[in-house]
Design a protein around this ligand. Structure first.
Ligand code: FMN
Length: 163
C-alpha cells in the first residue's frame, strides 16, 4: 500500500497545477481561506466549478456553512501569497491581513485584489470525498484582473508557463 501511496504522490508531483487562493464567508460573516490547486470547471449549464478542501483545514467550516466563496488565480510573482495561505502556523487573521483584499460584487466575499483573475460562487452542493470534501459552486461573477502569467506548482516548486 505504501508503494501505491508513493506512486500516487509521485504521479501528482508531475502534474503541473495552477495555484489559487480560495476564500469562504460563512453565515456568521466569518472568513477563512487557503491555497488550493484542486479548482476545476465542471459544467456550463448551470455554470459550476469545484474545489476540494481538507476536512482538517481551518477554512473547512467556513466552506461548509458558506454564503459564498471566491477563487483567485495567483500570478507568477505571488508564490509568497501561496506560501502564506498554505502555512498552518500563520493565524487566519494575519494570513488575510498580509494580502490586498477586495470584496466580491454580489456577496462581499474577499478575493485577492491583484491576482490574475477571480470567480465568485454561491454554494451549489457538497460531497464527502475521503479526507476531503468537494464543494461545487455556482459561478455568479468572473473577472480578469491582470495579464500576468499564472503561478504553477510543479515537482514541489513554483514556476510559470512559457509564452
Ligand atoms: C500548491 C498547493 C496546493 C494545495 N491545494 C490544496 C487543495 O486543493 N485542497 C486543500 O485542502 N489543501 C490544499 N493545499 C494545502 C493547504 O493550503 C494547507 O494545508 C493549508 O495550511 C490549509 O489551511 P489551514 O492552514 O488554514 O488549515 C495546497 C497547498 C499548496 C502549497
Amino acid at each position: 500500500m505504501k508503494k501505491l501511496v508513493d506512486a500516487f504522490k509521485e504521479f501528482m508531483r508531475n502534474v503541473p497545477q495552477p495555484v489559487f487562493v480560495a476564500i469562504a464567508k460563512d453565515t456568521d460573516g466569518e472568513v477563512g481561506g487557503l491555497t488550493v490547486s484542486s479548482f476545476t470547471s465542471i459544467s456550463l449549464e448551470p455554470l459550476l466549478v469545484m474545489v476540494a478542501i481538507d476536512r482538517n483545514a481551518r477554512s473547512f467550516i467556513h466552506f461548509k456553512y458558506a454564503v459564498g466563496w471566491t477563487v483567485s488565480l495567483l500570478g507568477e510573482n505571488q508564490s509568497l501569497i501561496s506560501g502564506t495561505f498554505a502555512n498552518p502556523k500563520i493565524p487566519m487573521e494575519e494570513r488575510l491581513s498580509r494580502v490586498k483584499l477586495a470584496d466580491s460584487p454580489n456577496l462581499a466575499v474577499p478575493y485577492i485584489r491583484d491576482a490574475v483573475a477571480f470567480m465568485e460562487c454561491e454554494p451549489y452542493d457538497s460531497f464527502e470525498a475521503g479526507d476531503h470534501f468537494i464543494f461545487l459552486g455556482k459561478v455568479i461573477h468572473a473577472e480578469i484582473l491582470t495579464d500576468a502569467k499564472p503561478l504553477i506548482y510543479y515537482r514541489k516548486h513554483y514556476t510559470t508557463i512559457k509564452d
